[in-house]
Design a protein around this ligand. Structure first.
Ligand code: NAD
Length: 505
């Protein structure tokens, strides 16, 4: 967003540069763009408006690091040691990193501070995995032959990240990629790039060779697309919307590049009448209003068994009504602003659409105003009832604090409604019946199922989507697989030329 301001005001803004090959680089075109504080509604820093020439520089630094630098010949154990130091430095700078995230994305400081601790844990986890990546000796049927597999880094990785949790995404992509021996170019969201630019220099302090991790910024079209098309990028790991994800997927397909896509969702949070309803109310509220609903896993469709629909909705409304909106830096604030101006308008538009389609608003439904929240782009916690699963509010991702409540009769109907969506990211099931939790976990077409909890993540548990929610998995040991190629090596140890080893292929 551009604001009219004097040259003096302009100079007061913090100015950041790309991080390429172990040093800060001004953008090739010498152009910067504003980054905005969603709470004050004002620009607070400037980031490089990168172009294709910057993409070239970053990719060539990464390629060089992978092919001829010390990274290429470094032992996996040493890679792990450096990654552990990245975790240590993350903790040492946690306050600063959390503050930078909040200035850019408006999430609660307390939440982002906790998230930074988790970022350090992600680096430690993958540091430990770096020297446990193993090939195998295969018992092949050929006599006089040895067959073995080697696991090799796929090549230069492009990491495209979304605006809601930049350093978390950076760690979830870069830590397994580095454990696998790859070099990375990160392009964070133009709405929240500062923390990634600052973080990059810590990796150098940790001893990461120059060029192994580069961060370039700017708009998706101007620098993201040239990065995706770059011939020396072997793989793209992307977190963002399914619309952009599809574009990245199409471009990658033209070059046969591997992709991992972490996309959006319309996740069902399903409450049965036999659940602990106190826990379920708390889980439903934090499932949609935590982070202002700006989470890929937002439990935006609340499915409630008809026998408790009315009473549960009343309890939900009264709990959500008490959510305190305000300054994300204030520890008493429970919900901050919408992170970006386009997102703010999109959320309000979806509220209009829900009204037009016949849903009934029982809480919120408009921009929030009042003391302490005048400058920012706040939306009231909003709850719609009388929602049918066919309405747009139940089918399309809003990415804001808007909940649709839908009734269901029994388990079979809950599963049918839950699965009747183009997305498949996550689901919550609230019930005291353990057998039902397992049955639902099997039947739900999603990457993650939570039983009697919601938004519980572990870097040890693979995470990703089915259907339009994505391809591939982050977190857990599986994430490293995304960044590895398997090479088969067959060697003859026979004295003479082996017979009958040739099969047409
Ligand atoms: P977005 O798709 O607008 O942007 C994501 C990234 O792609 C940004 O860095 C952007 O600059 C870049 N980009 C845009 N156009 C591009 C192009 N043509 N080529 C290359 N790069 C391009 O997403 P967003 O608005 O930043 O994030 C919100 C979305 O992310 C929501 O849909 C949310 O559900 C999803 N998300 C998913 C997960 C997950 O793990 N599944 C986590 C968080 C957010």
């Amino acid at each position: 967003m551009l604001f009219a301001r004097s040259a003096m005001e302009d100079e007061l803004l913090e100015t950041y540069s790309h991080w390429i090959n172990g040093a800060y680089h001004e953008p090739s075109g010498r152009e910067w763009m504003d980054t905005m504080d969603p709470y004050s509604g004002q620009a607070w820093a400037k980031i490089p408006l990168g172009v294709a020439a910057d993409a070239d520089l970053a990719v060539s630094a990464a390629k060089q690091a992978m092919t001829s630098g010390s990274w290429a010949s470094m032992s996996a154990t040493q890679r792990g040691k450096i990654m552990r130091r990245i975790g240590d430095l993350t903790l040492q700078h946690a306050d600063r990193l959390a503050e930078l995230e909040v200035r850019d994305n408006g999430k609660l400081l307390a939440e982002m501070r906790g998230a930074i601790n988790n970022v350090a844990e992600i680096w430690y986890y993958y540091a430990g995995l770096a020297d446990k990546i193993q090939g195998a000796v295969m018992p092949i049927e050929k006599s006089g032959m040895i067959g073995l597999t080697q696991r090799e880094p796929i090549g230069v990785v492009l990491a495209l990240t979304a605006w809601n949790a930049p350093l978390n995404f950076l760690a979830l992509k870069c830590a397994p990629a580095l454990a696998a021996g790859c070099a990375v170019v990160v392009k964070p969201s133009e709405f929240s790039s500062v923390s990634s630019l600052f973080f990059a220099s810590l990796t150098q302090e940790a001893g990461l060779p120059d060029g192994v991790l580069n961060v370039v910024t700017g708009l998706g079209q101007s620098i993201g697309a040239p990065l995706v098309e770059h011939p020396d990028v072997a793989m793209i790991t992307f977190t963002g919307s399914d619309t952009t994800g599809a574009k990245v997927y199409e471009a990658a397909a033209r070059h046969m590049k591997r992709v991992a896509l972490e996309l959006g969702g319309k996740s069902p949070n399903i409450v049965f009448a036999d659940a602990d309803l106190d826990l379920a109310v708390a889980g439903a509220v934090s499932g949609i209003f935590g982070g202002g609903g700006q989470m890929c896993t937002a439990g935006s469709r609340l499915l409630v068994q008809n026998s408790i629909l009315e009473s549960f909705t009343d309890r939900l409304v009264s709990s959500a009504r008490s959510i305190k909106l305000g300054d994300p830096m204030d520890p008493t604030t429970q919900m901050g602003p919408m992170s970006t101006t386009p997102q703010y308008h999109k959320v309000l538009e979806y509220i209009d659409i829900a009204h037009q389609d016949g849903a009934r608003c029982v809480l919120g439904g408009k921009p929030a105003s009042g003391p302490g929240i005048q400058g920012g782009q706040f939306v009231e916690p909003t709850i719609f009832v009388d929602v049918s699963n066919a309405m747009r509010i139940a089918r399309e991702e809003v990415f804001g604090p808007v909940l649709s409540v839908i009734g269901f009769e029994d388990e079979a109907q809950a599963i049918a409604i839950a699965n009747e969506t183009p997305y498949g990211l996550a689901a919550g099931v609230w019930t005291r019946d353990t057998g039902r939790v397992f049955r639902m976990a099997k039947a739900l077409e999603v990457g993650t199922v939570w039983g009697n909890t919601y938004r519980t993540y572990s870097y040890m548990m693979p995470f990703g989507g089915m259907k339009k929610s994505g391809i591939g998995r982050e977190m857990g040991i599986e994430a490293v697989e995304e960044f590895l190629e398997t090479k088969s090596v067959m060697i003859s140890i026979a004295d003479a030329t082996p017979q009958n080893n040739f099969i047409p292929r």
